[in-house]
Design a protein around this ligand. Sequence first.
Ligand SMILES: [Zn+2]
Length: 206
Amino acid sequence: MLDTDPLQRHNGHVAPDGSSEGPTAFTRNGHRPVLVLNQNYEPLHVATVRRALVLWLSGKAEILETYDQDVATAQRRFPAPSVIRLHTLVKRPPVRVRLTRREVFLRDDFTCQYCGVRTHDLTIDHVVPRSRGGPHTWENVVSACRACNHRKGGKSLAEARMQLLRQPFEPRPGRYYHVQRLLRTPVHESWRKFLPDLDATGRRSR
Ligand SMILES: [Zn+2]
């Protein structure tokens, strides 16, 4: 589930979750993800069907696409939205790429930053070794093949007589980084036209 909600956090004019006039009962498809587009059609967020309906019922959003199932509430049935668009432009909070092994490998294009070999058998190397107080930051971690990682060990670049292909940096999030991070499932067909250039596997491409 979502742990943060930028709509709510950054915007006073979006209805709070679970408002009293909202639907009260849900089928299991109440948990399907809904793509939330900004007023300018930019993908902004992934919400629950329940929250999307609250936004729609309170006049904050329009429904662009629906799933082919209904959501039953105590009063009536609604088509379950799959894509909604906000009526007002929401300022998007800055998104930073999380420092994970996979994201480091993606940044480095699965290339050892010492010898340049391209492989999926990579390790994370701290340029200034952890044992010497090197921080675990984007600027101090690189992808290294096993051979290079072994060769460098706990040494500095100078001591190991090794060079970096390029200076490590914090990557900018891809266009759909935030939306994809919130998804556990592949992107629904009805979302595709709102996510141009998303590759077929649903993985972010660079
Ligand atoms: Zn290498």
